[in-house]
Design a binder for this molecule. Sequence first.
Ligand code: FE
Ligand code: FE
Ligand code: FE
Length: 235
Amino acid sequence: MPSDSLDTLHDLFIHELRDIYDAEKQLLKALPKMSAAAQSPELKEAFDNHLRETEEQVSRLEQVFSDLSEKPTGKSCKAMQGLVAESNELLGEDANPSVMDAALIVAAQKVEHYEIAGYGSVCTFGRLLGLDDVTELLKQNMAEEEKTDKLLTSIAERLNAAAESGEQSSEAGGGEGGMGANRVRASGGRQSSGGGNRRGRSSSRAKSSNSRTKSSGTRGRSTSKRSRSTARSRR
Ligand code: FE
Ligand code: FE
Ligand code: FE
């Protein structure tokens, strides 16, 4: 059993590495389920590719532990258990397939951001501890998480447009429950590094929904709010 005492930065480094290792192992089981639930071939492929990357990441972490003469096991990542549980909850929902894809992207980006936070910290600790080779391996994992997060954002931009146009054609007027409403509400929020669904409001789409929805009072109002914030975010 690994010791729980955190006397030094090196102890914390190992502690956090074990947490990440357990998180990655959980993802090896979660990603295939997310891929199976995805409707978009592009999203499915992103999950499948990231599963292969995650296998590589686990191997790199095992290399890191071996270089440090430490055992990788002994910690369970409660946060990833929670994120995976939330994702499984979503998978159980009876959802419109394009909305399910958007939901899967939300779940996946929460996971990537958690991983990025963990790798960011252990990369810093590794550098401070002078463990250059180990830090290099961790940076490779970090880069894959960041790349995946960005890819999910760009997929969300395309899929949300599809989710919204599907909604527009099937809905008579002004439903608040769908993605369009979601996006209008989200437009008030602040921008962060991820948030693919928020960034899904591309300028051209905002313009076209503006002309589409001008006749409806409620939707027209929401849309002009969205256009304003889109114009802001483009600067
Ligand atoms: Fe990972
Ligand atoms: Fe954790
Ligand atoms: Fe990841």
